[in-house]
Design a protein around this ligand. Structure first.
Ligand code: SF4
Length: 63
């Protein structure tokens, strides 16, 4: 996989706050992504969400 993680979303609201710039949100953990991890989520620097993220789950696993 070289595309961004299918579980990555960008949200402008969350945790009771509204943000000027949408922040990376992981739908697996249900929480905003730390900047360091966002590189994995976006598959930057040859990182791969499927193998480099411990939270990653197969999108088809529950279907
Ligand atoms: S790479 Fe991991 S933390 Fe990032 S959106 Fe995907 S499952 Fe969540």
């Amino acid at each position: 996989m070289t595309d961004q993680c299918p579980h990555l979303e960008y949200r402008e609201t969350g945790d009771g706050h509204t943000f000027d710039v949408a922040r990376a949100f992981c739908t697996v953990t249900g929480s905003f992504v730390q900047p360091m991890r966002a590189d994995v989520c976006n598959a930057r620097y040859d990182l791969d969400p499927e193998t480099d993220c411990e939270f990653y789950v197969d999108p088809g696993a529950n279907e």
